[in-house]
Design a protein around this ligand. Structure first.
Ligand code: NAD
Length: 130
């Protein structure tokens, strides 16, 4: 039996996205499909290219590949990204790809690092999933 692989993409390779990318790259059961960041010098964009991972400046390029992605970690801070991704999913008839937002990403980081507190938010006043 082939081991199950989770296919993940990241939008936003900044202060939140880059450490998430590093964590995702550290385990064999995650395949990082791609990273989108409009700044090609962002830490996540640089890390993606260093690891030979697909990189694009445009989140909609990942949206168009949604059939090949199980989870999109959306940590860009741009509120227009999530609705655009959802539109892309709809136009492809995709009901499967899940958008993971900042709080869930921080929760996973905290569990992975076995911290006894949640990894702090860089934007504590930003609440909700929008
Ligand atoms: N950065 C902010 O001002 C801000 C404000 C409120 C909430 N947040 C939340 O914090 C998390 C990210 O914050 P951070 O501190 O890591 O920010 P950051 O600025 O360090 O990183 C965000 C990255 O996303 C990229 N980006 C922004 N808009 C994009 C777009 N439309 N397409 C592709 N790439 C884009 C930027 O170039 C940057 O590298 C997100 O989950 C966001 O919801 C951020």
């Amino acid at each position: 039996m082939v081991d199950e692989i989770v296919r993940v993409a990241i939008v936003g390779g900044g202060r939140t996205g880059a450490p998430v990318l590093e964590a995702l790259l550290s385990v064999p059961y995650i395949h990082v499909v791609g990273v989108a960041d409009r700044d090609s010098d962002s830490p996540g964009a640089v890390m993606a290219r260093e690891h030979g991972i697909f990189y694009t400046e445009h989140a909609d390029v990942l949206g168009a590949k949604a059939d090949d992605i199980d989870l999109i970690v959306e940590v860009s801070g741009d509120p227009s990204v999530k609705p655009a991704l959802k539109d892309a999913f709809r136009s492809q008839g995709n009901n499967d790809t899940i958008i993971v937002h900042d709080l869930v990403a921080r929760l996973l980081m905290s569990l992975a690092n076995r911290t006894d507190r949640l990894v702090p938010s860089l934007h504590p006043h930003d609440r909700g999933v929008g």
